[in-house]
Design a protein around this ligand. Structure first.
Ligand code: ZN
Length: 477
């Protein structure tokens, strides 16, 4: 080791003192970030989500996790929770957010609980679960062999717990953000067909295919946290507008977000927490109908996780540091009119659900029945005006995150980014509430699967866009 040219005996102390002062200046107003995760895999034999029939889980392909990131700067704290679940219902997220707020002091409005939308998660909410659960209870003297625990109750505890742990894990951290492109993985699944109709998930090589009826969004926002003053990576939040519906096994599975975690752990160590959130992907998935190549989930799901990790790592050197000083969270509630439903329609819908396995109902008839039961629920509970929460986080003068409930069409996400004054606007969906679709007005006219799931009136998507863009503009410094 080379001797120091200036041999002042006090120099090391002085340097140490200066470094401490510099660190105090840099991080007194800097970010404090904490991560945590917990297992939320239900018992094997619990019903599987992601379909309109009864699917029973046969094992655990990879564990389902709940993961939290808490970011604090000064008096502002924000918590993001990602879950390997198909969807999260409002009644549970409300309770968990309130509980987490009581423990940590983070305002309820500054907490978001999202689902990755993995179709390898459990069925634990909604009309289909309700019907299957009641049928099992009737057949088994009041007990449902597929629901041996109070999963919903345990989820509330795990969500509040994981937020509290991330909150207590906070430490001085540097936040960086980069938005590279992830090309060739996502495809719009609505197609104009040569006969003039709009198809949904068309067969590979269908000769009636004309062209995709909507865009894809190849932005791949990647928010990365490392320990201040060191290089140790703490965790990340990655967002992408593509359905987490690649995994197709009978066991529980986290799909490509699980593989993303595995790839990051190989680079950053096993304590690294990788959170994934689905962008506006209501009409986008991984299937390319224009290619005849088979896309088996068993290879495609890990390949997408690998590709995501590779794109994130390749672009990390070009990430911008998020500048402390303007961290803020604001939210609003949009009231979405729910289409009214008559008792006759409701009775017919219930009959379709109750004879699920025998009635041979066409897929869209079943989906419509599912939606009508939600309509009745929303009329009873919210008097026909479903409250939809929109949150905006301003990380710095150039970077904002928007959270939206449900499964929002890609075109609407692109519209939010186009209307945002922030150079980097990230949008996450399936936040705080259920997994029905929010199509564009045009898609409501075109029809088919996604509009058939939506219990709301056309225009619901455009209203969410307007609310998000308004908040973004109010928050632009
Ligand atoms: Zn979906």
């Amino acid at each position: 080791m080379q001797p120091l040219p200036f041999r002042n005996p006090f120099a090391p102390c002085l340097w140490g003192f200066l470094l401490i002062c510099l660190e105090a200046v840099s991080f007194a107003g800097g970010f404090r970030v904490g991560f945590a995760q917990a297992d939320i895999t239900p018992p094997i034999g619990w019903r599987r989500a992601g379909g309109y029939t009864e699917l029973i889980s046969t094992g655990v392909n990879d564990p389902l996790m709940t993961k939290a990131m808490v970011v604090q700067e000064g008096a502002t704290t924000f918590a993001f929770v990602g879950n390997d679940l198909c969807s999260v219902p409002r009644d549970l997220t409300d309770l968990a957010r309130t509980r987490a707020s009581q423990i940590t002091g983070i305002p309820v409005a500054n907490i978001v609980i999202t689902a990755t939308h993995t179709h390898g998660g459990p069925e634990y909410l909604g009309p289909l679960r309700q019907f299957l659960h009641q049928r099992a209870m009737k057949a088994n003297n009041g007990s449902d062999p597929h629901e041996p625990i109070d999963y919903r109750g345990q989820l509330i505890e795990r969500w509040a717990g994981v937020i509290a742990t991330a909150w207590s894990n906070r430490e001085a951290a540097l936040l960086e953000v980069v938005i590279p492109r992830l090309e060739g993985v996502a495809f719009n699944r609505r197609y104009w067909m040569k006969d003039g109709s709009v198809g949904w998930n068309p067969r590979k090589g269908d000769t009636n295919l004309f062209r995709a009826a909507g865009p894809v969004d190849t932005d791949f926002p990647f928010l990365f946290a490392r320990r201040a003053g060191g290089t140790e990576a703490l965790g990340s939040l990655a967002l992408f507008a593509m359905h987490t519906a690649v995994y197709g096994g009978p066991a529980f599975g986290a799909d490509f977000p699980g593989h993303l975690q595995t790839n990051f752990a190989a680079s950053f160590g096993s304590r690294f927490v990788s959170i994934f959130g689905e962008g506006c992907a209501g009409d986008v998935n991984h299937l390319n109908p224009l290619s005849l190549d088979p896309q088996p989930w068993i290879t495609v799901s890990p390949a997408i996780g690998r590709a995501m990790a590779q794109v994130a790592l390749t672009n990390l050197p070009w990430a911008s540091a998020i500048k402390p000083g303007s961290f803020a969270v604001r939210s609003t509630v949009v009231l979405a009119p729910v289409t009214p439903i008559s008792y006759t329609e409701l009775d017919a819908a219930k009959k379709v659900m109750e004879t699920l396995d025998q009635n041979g109902a066409a897929f869209l008839v079943l989906v419509d029945a599912w939606r009508k039961i939600f309509r009745k629920h929303f009329w009873e509970r919210h008097d026909g005006q479903l409250p939809q929460e929109v949150q905006v986080v301003r990380f710095d003068a150039d970077t904002a995150l928007v959270t939206l409930p449900h499964e929002v069409f890609t075109e609407l996400g692109i519209a939010i980014k186009a209307g945002s004054p922030f150079r980097r606007t990230m949008v996450v969906t399936l936040a705080n509430d259920l997994d029905f679709y929010i199509p564009t007005r045009r898609a409501f006219e075109e029809g088919n699967y996604e509009p058939t799931t939506c219990p709301l009136e056309p225009g619901c998507g455009e209203r969410l866009v307007a609310a998000a863009v308004k908040l973004l503009n109010e928050l632009k410094p």
